[in-house]
Write a protein that binds this ligand. Structure first.
Ligand SMILES: Nc1ncnc2c1ncn2[C@@H]1O[C@H](COP(=O)(O)OP(=O)(O)OP(=O)(O)O)[C@@H](O)[C@H]1O
Ligand SMILES: O=c1[nH]c(=O)c2[nH+]cn([C@@H]3O[C@H](COP(=O)(O)O)[C@@H](O)[C@H]3O)c2[nH]1
Ligand SMILES: NC(=O)CC[C@H](N)C(=O)O
Ligand SMILES: [Mg+2]
Length: 513
């Protein structure tokens, strides 16, 4: 049975899922609902506490996301974070205005005297992450100021009697050093919530949910052999048995030897699999497409067309399972109805056609990659499998800048195989999140064997990351870089220059398109 959640109301923050995962890390069940969710919907879930997320709006602007005042009278503890605190103040009769000085980055926070035990963890000048342009000028009646920073007089507030609290800073990020402990103290000690969630429980619950939802229908699973879809497949297979069918699409955008390696790995897991050769269709549709978003949408649509065609051929399937994770969602669409920005359309989310003949089953949609890896271990996947580098569904197409042609695919495939082989033969493999080659749409002059060349440039990317939301460059050892460059230029016809990408995410993204 699903436990009662800590309910997080999303006002459009890029950090909303960070709040959710912090709560999960304390083994407490949480759910996210859009801030616009009706009161009845919220009550139906019988939440144990409410957390109001941050968001890009200002409470005094027309159309800013609202908070139903009735929520403050349910007798539930409430914690507002950033916009969440501002909307709480606004609704309860306080005053919010544009600040004279905006406050961004880590700042020293000092709790007020005679505050409730919630603030026990903060010493004077505790580092907290701030990111706001509005300030609470007057706290609402019944509230007292619980702390300040140099430029924010109301950096925290509380109405102890009603259990309503607010912080202007972000406790859900590691830059707020006491942040995680503060959230735990709030939920465990102040709200008195007991541990009620584990990844194993997550697994069991989703197996049950899929069984209940799909009923006697059949489900096809889009399986790439990557960790996300493999965990999705294991979960759906466990739920549905014979009514589960996995399709792997060869879209012609795969890496060297991907198909045989994937077949070998998956057959050892006992997942029945069909391989669909759709190389010509994908390459045909991608002809002349150079714009990154157009490429991604073309690929997303073609994946679905292929699934529809194959599903019709075999009978009717109502459900399509995909290994969609939370970062795919947050970068692709305005998540959970919140007004967050589109960064790029991941093929499996923002790249999908508007009208779909399938209902999607996406059991991992709330999780981050490192959580899926732990789930994979829980399901018995080997460390080697679980720690493999992610490979995006649009494949080499988003690493060939400009139009995708069979010749350019061949060049990149060969160069990329060398990067993989060299890194995988070094002790680095387990430290890196991703390592790959990108083919640039520029040519440069070289000299090989005394003759002039005028050929393509390849860029090498190597990054470390926990969840793909941010990434650091890993400066490869010069010896290793030299070997990679030498091998590529010597053995891959069409490349005469190799460069190394030194841009972190943000401001760059991991993939070049
Ligand atoms: N070639 C493919 N055939 C079938 N489905 C695919 C293919 N490529 C991607 N997908 C679907 O798109 C989803 C998202 O792709 P993505 O690459 O993020 O995940 P993954 O391949 O499962 O894991 P990883 O991130 O480790 O590569 C997959 O989980 C899978 O459902
Ligand atoms: O399945 C996917 N479909 C996509 O369309 C897609 N685009 C990026 N990625 C992967 O997501 C992580 C973050 O990538 P970016 O920094 O490029 O956005 C990195 O690990 C990327 O490889 C994708 N995965
Ligand atoms: N990150 C936030 O929640 C910002 C809230 C509000 N818009 C501000 O700038 O003050
Ligand atoms: Mg993949």
């Amino acid at each position: 049975m699903t436990p009662s959640p800590v309910l997080i109301l999303d006002f459009g923050s890029q950090l909303t899922q960070n709040i959710a995962r912090r709560v999960r890390e304390m083994e407490i069940y949480s759910e996210i609902l859009p801030a616009s969710a009706p009161l009845a919907e919220i009550r139906r879930r019988q939440p144990l506490a409410l957390i109001l997320s941050g968001g890009p709006s200002s409470v005094y602007e027309p159309g800013a996301p609202a908070l139903d005042p009735a929520l403050l009278d349910l007798g539930l503890p409430v914690l507002g974070i950033c916009y969440g605190m501002q909307i709480l103040a606004h609704v309860a009769g306080g005053k919010v205005e544009r600040a004279k000085v905006r406050e961004y980055g880590v700042q020293p926070f000092t709790p007020a005297k005679d505050v409730s035990p919630l603030w026990d963890l903060f010493r004077p000048n505790s580092p907290v992450l701030m990111s706001h342009g509005d300030n609470i000028i007057t706290p609402p009646p019944g509230f007292t100021v619980a702390g300040h920073t140099e430029t924010t007089p109301v950096a925290a507030m509380e109405n102890r009697k009603k259990g309503l609290y607010g912080v202007q800073f972000h406790p859900e990020v590691t830059q707020t050093v006491a942040g995680v402990d503060f959230l735990r103290h709030f939920l465990r000690d102040i709200c008195g919530i007991k541990k009620n969630w584990t990844l194993k429980g997550y697994l069991d619950r989703h197996v049950e949910e899929i069984r209940a939802r799909v009923g006697t229908d059949h489900l096809i699973c889009a399986l790439s052999g990557g960790i996300d879809s493999t965990v999705t497949a294991l979960l759906c297979h466990r739920a549905l048995g014979e009514r589960f069918h996995a399709f792997f699409v060869d879209n012609g955008l795969l890496r060297k030897n991907e198909l045989p390696e994937m077949e070998r790995d998956l057959s050892s897991l006992g997942i029945p699999l069909e391989i669909i050769d759709a190389r010509d269709l994908f390459l045909d549709r991608l002809k002349g497409v150079a714009d990154p978003e157009k490429k991604r949408k073309t690929i997303g649509r073609t994946f679905i067309d292929v699934f529809v065609r194959e599903a019709r051929r075999r009978g009717t399937y109502r459900y399509l399972a995909q290994g969609t994770l939370y970062p795919d969602v947050i970068e692709s669409v305005s998540s959970f109805g919140g007004p967050s920005a589109v960064i790029k359309s991941h093929h499996n989310v923002g790249g999908l056609p508007k009208r779909m003949p399938f209902e999607l089953v996406e059991p991992l949609r709330e999780l981050f990659k490192d959580e899926v890896r732990r789930l994979g271990r829980e399901l018995g996947l080997s460390d080697r499998f679980v720690s493999r580098q992610p490979f995006p569904g649009p494949g080499l197409a988003i690493r060939i800048l400009g139009s995708v042609t069979p010749e350019r695919l061949h060049i990149l495939r060969e160069a990329d195989a060398i990067v993989r082989e060299e890194v995988e033969n070094s002790p680095l493999r387990s430290e890196l999140w991703q390592y790959f080659a990108v083919l640039l749409p520029v040519k440069s002059v070289g000299v090989m064997g005394d003759a002039r060349t005028y050929e393509n440039v390849a860029a090498i990317r190597a990054v470390c990351s926990v969840d793909g939301m941010t990434a650091d460059v890993h400066y490869l050892d010069p010896g290793l870089l030299g070997r990679i460059s030498h091998r590529i230029i010597a053995t891959v016809p069409g490349i005469n220059r190799v460069v190394f990408d030194i841009s972190p995410k943000p401001p760059s993204t991991i993939e070049w398109e």
